[in-house]
Design a protein around this ligand. Structure first.
Ligand code: ATP
Length: 265
């Protein structure tokens, strides 16, 4: 374990409903780094994020997860949230009888009403604060409320599961800005941009982002990418290069390439 690693995943095997989904994933995210996760449908990307978050239905059968040097493999979802792990879901659930405002206040009791409303207004999400969580919201509206929650929660590790899904092109710029803010790269008033790169870096949060289209990468510099296939990371490297390869040759080529490397190694 090195001091600058925020998240370290070692040989992670995970089963969901008795089915082995992750089969030996190892990955580490340094402090202030953003990593992208690519992979075909059903390869295990959401399973990986939800396991890091700590949902109990994802059973870790082998391996370990460390956060800030601490073994959190057996920690509950609440303990992990308190330590600084946060997520914006791909398909957030509808929660009847609970308003978004009360959920935010429950998770972050120190936030003032004004702070919540000001941030919601910036994300064009004010009108959703007093509605039941995600009830009747469009895909894009849900993403805005998810980004609102993660900005206000301000976790040290920001996990985003397909932030662009269901978002139109105009709103994508807003989601991109919200992602930059959640990751400590920007602020609503632009103040962050006026500081030196060195002083800004101190505010950087770490991120693990699932993306199919890579659209979020038009708005955010991603340090590293990983391709997950059939529950294993088959390739890691420069995120933009990987995305380019996937766009040009598809995942079949990743699988073939990984097979070559294994037989060569
Ligand atoms: N609760 C569950 N019960 C049974 N199988 C599950 C459950 N959750 C996930 N799986 C299975 O685990 C596999 C991986 O699913 P996961 O959602 O992690 O994939 P993904 O890479 O995120 O896919 P996508 O790109 O389509 O979102 C899939 O085959 C899925 O059907």
């Amino acid at each position: 374990m090195t001091g600058d690693k925020l998240l370290e995943i070692e040989d992670l095997h995970v089963s969901v409903e008795g089915r082995a989904v992750l089969k030996g994933v190892s990955l580490s995210v340094g402090e202030g780094e953003i990593h992208a996760l690519f992979g075909p449908n059903g390869s295990g990307k959401t399973t990986l994020l939800n396991t890091v978050i700590g949902f109990s239905r994802y059973k870790i059968t082998r391996g370990a997860i460390y956060f800030k040097g601490r073994d959190i493999t057996g920690a509950t979802i609440d303990e992990r949230a308190r330590l600084g792990v946060g997520i914006s879901f791909q398909r957030p659930p509808t929660i009847k009888g609970v308003t978004l405002r009360s959920l935010i206040s429950f998770g972050s009791p120190n936030l003032s009403r004004e702070e919540i409303e000001k941030t919601a207004a910036k994300l064009d999400a004010e009108e959703f604060l007093d509605r039941e969580i995600n009830a009747g919201l469009s895909g894009g509206e849900m993403k805005r409320t998810e980004m609102l929650q993660i900005i206000l929660q301000s976790p040290e590790l920001v996990c985003l599961d397909e932030p662009e899904s269901g978002v139109d092109l105009e709103n994508m710029a807003l989601i991109g800005k919200a992602a930059r803010i959640a990751l400590g790269r920007d602020s609503f008033d632009g103040a962050a941009c006026r500081r030196s790169i060195k002083s800004r870096r101190a505010d950087y949060k770490s991120g693990l982002i699932i993306t199919h289209t890579g659209q979020i990468m038009d708005h955010l510099y991603v340090d590293k990418g990983h391709v997950l296939m059939n529950g294993e990371i088959v390739c890691s490297g420069n995120a933009l290069e990987l995305l380019g390869e996937i766009r040009s040759h598809g995942y079949t080529e990743c699988f073939r390439c990984a097979g070559c490397e294994r037989s060569e190694g």
